[in-house]
Design a protein around this ligand. Structure first.
Ligand code: WTA
Length: 655
């Protein structure tokens, strides 16, 4: 990265002036404050950013590491912080959410309205017997109702678990069962890219599979009016249950450590894990990072394009911007409908000032703009923009430069934010009014975050050398545990050889001169496809569960120009290896099978059939060889321990 300095982008003076963190000296001062008195630093910010019912006196409790507690004797309510507090500050008539549907209809919801809608639903949930600590699964489209559902759970102390609307009935069932949810909130259908897609029918199917007996009620938001089956004993319409409810509801004041939500994410082994987040520490970091990383101010129009089914939609749609009393745009649809100029048109129409999206979206819109002038961002007035953001996967320098020049008009800093479902909020990121940027680098840790790169024994590696990304000190918004599996939490994130450091699962390196971080990708068996996290084992188990066809399967990732990584599956069938048209047909069957088991996002792009898989004499699949084959690279690795070397040629030719 030594030539990277020639590509340094200093923060633009118009952003530095008046930024919440203005200039590198201000950044360094915050880091020094955290360094000098770590708990004191977080306590100061927790008092400034969060309204407490019962102020905390304890800051960090590390007596039972790695099960850390923050602000444990304080009480608060997340929904009070996001809604009531803003109304009390005189922001009742301020627009909280501008909502645009797939077909372009726009509604504006003020803070007062959002509070009233939240209270009505909160009262309805209580009337149905939902209590503090109960888990509620939310399987809803991008909508005001989706945000209201999350806020209403928070208001009564119920722990929400949002499941992305693209997951299959099987995945939904597994999550409902693992969480032991008492209720599911859903919609009749969702609308994306001009198509109506079922949601309620998938909930019915999931509940019908058995194992979800904890669910007492299903509340259905009527989005399209499409036909859905209704179980009179179990199902309720959202508009009916909220109709006569009061528009006020006393918040349930919960302890800071009370679980605000569970969010399932993929790990390297086994089933997806329910990442459990706290209320106090999480809310602090959601608000603080929204303020510093996006420099959110009163007049900004903030747009995070993520879905509420992912952590980005939690922290930067449902909580962070609302905790600050900001105005945000929420979008139902997809970037390519009715055409690939949709994002640019929406930025123009709503005068968006801060835009936060994923590299995959940028890369696919670059492709579209290159083949069709009419959807090129230069055809739109994007002059309202002042800050751009990127999240979910590494952004390659070429995409960064294009985003900077064509969307940001060369004047908007790009905050390349590295973080994870487990971290709750940004961990390594530029601050727009302070950090000089280098394309492709997420630059420096957020003030107070002790990020480092170490080797397998937990020793720091020198700058310029690759290693394992860790966070050395606990931080307020960190994962508290894996729901129902504290042992797996410890094993996954705090392996003994790493000296009590949090293991992120990513590889990284630091620039010798600047100390800037560059993320090189996952070091475990997790794939990142279009910014969606998936475990290779999860996809393998989905494939082998097709017991009629599949004898064995191995899944690896390979680089892909648009989606970052692509899923590549090697499959041994229970019948002779197919070729030609038959191979294509079976590959398609298997793709659909995986879509049904997990969801369309998990469909393998490549499926290759072999008579066997490359294995060691002890029967272990040699994945590194499969990775080379998937990339179309010659095999240079040692194959002497391979039981069946001839299989390599067969697999290489089977594409
Ligand atoms: C990757 C999404 C490079 C990384 C917020 C991480 C990134 C995983 C970046 C978490 C970035 C996220 N640069 N890689 N700016 N942001 N990642 O849990 O591999 O869905 O471990 O959280 O995405 O994905 P998750």
């Amino acid at each position: 990265m030594s030539d990277s300095h020639s590509k340094l982008y200093p923060p633009p003076p118009q952003i530095v002036a008046g930024a919440h963190v203005s200039g590198m000296a201000a950044y360094e001062k915050l880091c020094a404050e955290a360094q000098a008195d770590y708990p004191g630093y977080w306590a100061r910010l927790a008092r400034e950013m969060v309204s407490w019912k019962q102020p905390f006196t304890k800051v960090l409790n590390d007596s039972n590491a790695p099960f850390f507690k923050w602000f444990e004797d304080g009480t608060l309510n997340a929904s009070y912080n996001c809604l009531d507090r803003n109304v009390e500050r005189g922001l009742g008539d301020k627009v909280a959410i501008i909502f645009e549907t797939d077909d372009g209809k726009i509604t504006r919801v003020t803070y007062r309205e959002l509070l009233e809608r939240t209270c009505r639903l909160a009262n309805a949930l209580k009337a149905q017997g939902v209590k503090k600590g109960d888990r509620v699964v939310i399987y809803m489209p991008m909508s005001v109702e989706g945000v209201v559902a999350m806020q209403a759970c928070a208001r009564i102390g119920a722990t929400h678990s949002v499941v992305f609307g693209g997951f299959s009935a099987q995945s939904l069932r597994d999550r409902i069962q693992d969480a032991g949810a008492v209720m599911v909130l859903t919609a009749d259908e969702q609308v994306r890219g001009g198509k109506q897609l079922p949601l309620k029918a998938i909930v019915d199917e999931a509940l019908g599979m058995g194992g979800c007996e904890t669910v007492r009620k299903v509340i259905v938001y009527r989005r399209t009016g499409g036909q859905v089956a209704f179980d009179a004993a179990r199902d309720l319409w959202l508009h009916e249950v909220t109709q006569n409810q009061p528009t006020t509801c006393e918040p349930e004041w919960v302890e800071a450590e009370h679980p605000l939500f569970l969010l399932y994410t993929s790990g390297s082994t086994g089933k997806p894990k329910g990442v459990q987040h706290s209320t106090g520490g999480y809310l602090l970091h959601a608000a603080l990072t929204t303020k510093w990383t996006f420099d959110l101010k009163d007049k900004d129009i903030f747009w995070c394009t993520a879905d509420i089914g992912w952590v980005t939609g939690h922290t930067y749609i449902a909580y962070g911007p609302l905790a600050l009393g900001g105005t945000e745009l929420v979008f139902e649809g997809v970037p390519t409908f009715p055409d690939a100029g949709r994002f640019w048109r929406m930025i123009q129409d709503h005068k968006v000032t801060i835009f936060y999206t994923a590299p995959t979206a940028i890369r696919s819109l670059i492709k579209a703009a290159e083949s069709n002038e009419a959807v090129h961002p230069k055809r739109y007035d994007l002059s309202s923009l002042r800050i751009l953001g990127s999240v979910g996967e590494p952004i390659n320098p070429a995409a960064w430069e294009w985003y900077h020049a064509n969307v940001g008009g060369g004047r908007c800093p790009i905050v390349d934010t590295w973080w994870q479902t487990e971290t709750g909020g940004h961990m390594i990121t530029p601050l727009p009014g302070a950090t000089p940027l280098v394309p492709g680098s997420c630059t420096l840790p957020f003030p107070g975050i002790d990020a480092a790169i170490v080797d397998e024994t937990g020793q720091d590696v020198p700058h310029g050398q690759g290693g394992i990304l860790v966070i050395k000190k606990p931080w307020p918004s960190m994962i508290r545990t894996i729901w129902g599996d504290p042992e797996r939490f410890k094993k996954s994130y705090y392996p003994p050889e790493l000296k009590g450091y949090y293991l992120a699962g990513d590889g990284a390196s630091r620039d010798p001169q600047t100390g800037y971080f560059t993320i090189t990708g996952r070091i475990d068996d997790v794939l990142n496809v279009s910014g969606h996290r998936m475990g290779t084992m999860e996809i393998e188990s989905a494939l082998v569960s097709c017991t009629e066809l599949v004898a064995e399967a191995a899944v690896v990732g390979r680089p892909d120009e648009t989606t970052g990584e692509a899923i590549c599956a090697f499959v041994v069938l229970k019948r002779p290896r197919p070729t030609g048209e038959e191979a294509k047909k079976i590959a398609n069957e298997l793709r659909n099978w995986v879509a049904k088991e997990i969801g369309p996002i998990a469909k393998p792009k490549d499926i290759r059939f072999g008579d066997n898989l490359p294995k060691t004499r002890s029967g272990k699949i040699m994945r590194r060889l499969l990775r080379s084959i998937a990339r179309g690279e010659p095999i240079t690795q040692d194959t002497s321990t391979l039981e069946n070397p001839a299989i390599l040629d067969q697999l290489a030719q089977s594409n």
